[in-house]
Design a protein around this ligand. Structure first.
Ligand code: SAH
Length: 682
């Protein structure tokens, strides 16, 4: 059987549907999955184990047999914990076939074949009865179906169904309850991920301000959760406006309702400011008393001794539909609305009780301005980065002349507007842009949008003019890895016949940089686990390894490294350059070499990023901003993902003497496919 997988082609910028082996999808799923991260989450595992032991004891004390239903068993871990804790029988339900197969193997290997039955079904398909999947209803319900938003993976409908059909009334549940917490903050940094701030341009004929359309001002944005490693957000980047309050909680031992609903709390701001953001996280109590608690609270809320790094559960950033000024001590109401899978927030001033009650239902956010569909949150942040904009303004000022005919190639870019204000005689652009934006700035008849892909550009699109300045950020929404934005080079090649002989291309070139790093925590997501709480889960490690090596093509993967601290073990090194003044060559670009390890540490992998050279002495860097101290701690561009290539074996060096003091690399940019292949030897 074949399946079709969507993948952007970096040489055409277009989405292509490739026919893939049926195994491709699931290898991707496993290779990039969070199973390894969960198995490394000691705090989670220990607390589940404690909670499960306590629940089994309570049932046994009542003189009942302990029958466990484990929904979403994954590796079978929680069922094995239950069986070890003395459960009489466990039904381990797992919908994802490769995982269910792995669970069977792992359960067998650990000697629980007689105690655990793996059922490869979605829990809502499971039957109960003498001929059913389960002989009888369970009296202990164990699950781990939570995402950063708690309910985003469908925990509520799954629980609702389980209570109706699969478990006994008054059953024990591990976890017993989940509680969602919120805190109101003002944060220019986070707000810049959701709204476009006015852009100031010093033009020859005075200052111009690029504004966003009014629809954008009060657009509620998109409903998808913004989940981040909030612990990497320095306290100087936000102001706390309220205490932490409980927004809602769910008791998993009682029937659960998944239907849409809302919750409201009264807040008394501890500080005056602009309410913009609701920060949110949850905790789970593994037992009814609340003694076994696993929390996602960020650093300023919980004591650091309890700190556990994890990537499968982070914290949520919710954007209020509009920023709302609040006064210290003047009460406001915060409403959380949820449907089966997502949560969103609204803030109201505390006026009349009745008035507020009437207005409680809030529609699920739907972007009305189109900007939130075109720009994701990091992209908003990037466009709001004034430093970055300044580099483009400076370089455009250098290259534009009054007779310049300028073509902009980048998705949802402000460059055409900048070029227009900075004096280009004519500016044309193509690629995802929204007319509303041009209209808001009265530019709709000043900048021409061409609706043709570069290879289809004709001289009539350009009114028979030749392009004298070709610009790009470059940025394309289909890019996953840093070098996918080299599509700009391909587009430049495709429009070559429309360029003047002395065309200025901006950026004139790009370079690929690389550095060897030791991660503080990110290494866990790709690191084998071996045993977990005494259970042998090597089958899972092997499965992940096998999927990572599927077709022997280990690939770099994108990660926003500002969220994942690391230290540099080598100097950053420029390894390839791409000259946009020339067309894409026929042959591949490759390089080999070695990079010296300068600090002791564990070489977890290589980080790669792009730098764009806009004009002489003006560059935009999408990767390493600086190494901030002698320990080698790195600061990364906060709006971009960098490429991480995890080494399959980690070399640890305690002293600089016992190292392999260099890592050798071979990097190949295949100009036919636009992909970069790499190989490292330690
Ligand atoms: N219980 C394991 C794995 C948790 S990951 C552990 O704690 O380590 C959650 C798993 O639940 C995934 O493998 C997913 O495929 C599965 N899953 C989610 N909802 C399900 C449902 N309703 N029925 C069956 N499996 C489900």
């Amino acid at each position: 059987m074949k399946t079709f997988c969507g993948r952007a082609n970096p040489t055409t910028g277009a989405m292509e549907w490739l026919e893939e082996d049926e195994n491709y999808d699931y290898h991707q799923e496993i290779a990039r999955s969070r199973y390894a991260d969960m198995l490394h989450d000691k705090d989670r595992n220990v607390k589940y184990y404690q909670g499960i032991r306590a629940a089994v004891s309570r049932v046994k004390e009542r003189g009942e047999k302990a029958i466990v239903l484990d929904i979403g068993t994954g590796t079978g871990l929680l069922s094995m914990m239950a069986a070890s804790a003395g459960a009489d029988f466990c039904y381990a339900v797992e919908v994802f076939k490769p995982m269910a197969n792995a669970a069977v193997k792992i359960v067998e290997k650990n000697g629980f074949r007689d105690k655990i039955k793996v059922i490869n079904k979605h829990s809502t398909e499971v039957t109960v009865g003498p001929d059913g999947d389960m002989q009888c209803r369970a009296n202990i319900l164990v699950t781990e179906l939570f995402d950063t938003e708690l309910i985003g993976e469908g925990a509520l409908p799954t629980y609702e169904h389980a209570h109706k059909y699969l478990v006994q009334e008054g059953c024990e549940a591990v976890p017993h309850r989940a509680t969602v917490y919120v805190q109101l903050v003002e944060s220019k940094r986070m707000w810049s991920w959701n709204k476009l701030f006015p852009v100031h341009v010093e033009a020859e004929d005075g200052e111009k301000i690029i504004v966003s359309p009014s629809e954008m001002e009060d657009c509620p944005g998109v409903p998808s959760v913004c989940d981040i490693q909030l612990n990497q957000m320095p306290s100087s980047d936000f102001a706390i406006l309220s205490d932490v309050v409980t927004m809602f909680s769910v008791d998993f031992s009682k029937p659960v309702r998944s239907a849409s609903t809302s919750y409201r709390v009264q807040l008394e701001p501890v500080k005056s400011g602009k309410a913009q953001i609701v920060l949110s996280w949850w905790d789970i109590d593994m037992d009814p008393s609340g003694m076994i608690n696993c929390t996602m609270a960020p650093y300023w809320v919980k004591s650091t001794s309890a700190f556990q790094w994890r990537d499968h559960w982070m914290q949520c950033v919710y954007f209020l539909p509009n920023e709302e000024p609040v006064l210290q001590g003047e009460k406001v109401y915060l409403t959380a609305c949820r449907d089966e899978y997502s949560v969103w927030y609204k803030l109201q001033k505390a006026r009349g009780e009745e008035e507020n009650k009437a207005a409680v239902r809030v529609e699920s956010p739907v972007c009305r301005c189109q900007a939130h569909l075109l720009w994701n949150r990091p992209r908003f942040g990037q466009l709001n980065d004034q430093n970055r904009t300044r580099q483009y303004i400076k370089s455009l000022t250098k290259v534009l002349k009054t007779d310049s005919v300028c073509l902009c190639i980048s998705d949802g870019s402000l460059l055409p507007v900048l070029a227009h204000y900075l004096g280009a005689k004519q500016t044309v652009c193509y690629f995802l842009f929204f007319l509303k934006f041009f209209k808001a700035n009265n530019l709709e008849d000043k900048i021409k949008i061409i609706e043709a892909r570069p290879e289809l550009l004709t001289s009539s699109h350009l009114e028979d003019k030749k392009i004298s300045v070709l610009v790009g950020e470059p940025f394309f929404t289909t890019s996953l890895l840093p070098w996918h934005n080299l599509y700009f080079w391909y587009a430049r090649t495709a429009v070559a016949s429309h360029l003047t002989s002395n065309v200025t291309v901006l950026p004139q070139s790009a370079s690929l940089h690389m550095m060897i790093v030791e991660f503080q925590d990110l290494w866990r997501i790709r690191s084998p686990c071996g045993t977990c709480e005494g259970f042998d889960v090597q089958t899972m490690d092997d499965m992940i390894k096998n999927s990572l090596n599927f077709r022997e093509s280990k690939e770099a993967e994108p990660h926003p490294l500002w969220e994942y601290p690391c230290k540099s073990l080598s100097d950053p090194q420029e390894i390839l350059t791409f000259d946009f003044r020339k067309t894409v060559p026929e042959y591949s670009l490759s390089t080999e070499g070695s990079v010296n390890l300068l600090r002791k540490g564990k070489s977890h992998g290589a980080v790669l990023w792009m730098e764009y050279h806009l004009a002489a002495d003006i560059s935009v860097n999408t990767g390493l901003m600086q190494i901030s101290n002698e320990k080698g701690n790195c600061e990364w561009n906060p709006h971009c993902k960098q490429a991480v290539y995890f080494f399959s074996s980690v070399i640890e060096s305690e002293t600089l003497l016992d190292l392999p003091s260099a890592v050798t690399y071979a990097i190949n940019f295949n100009t036919k496919t636009g992909e970069i292949a790499m190989d490292f030897k330690l």
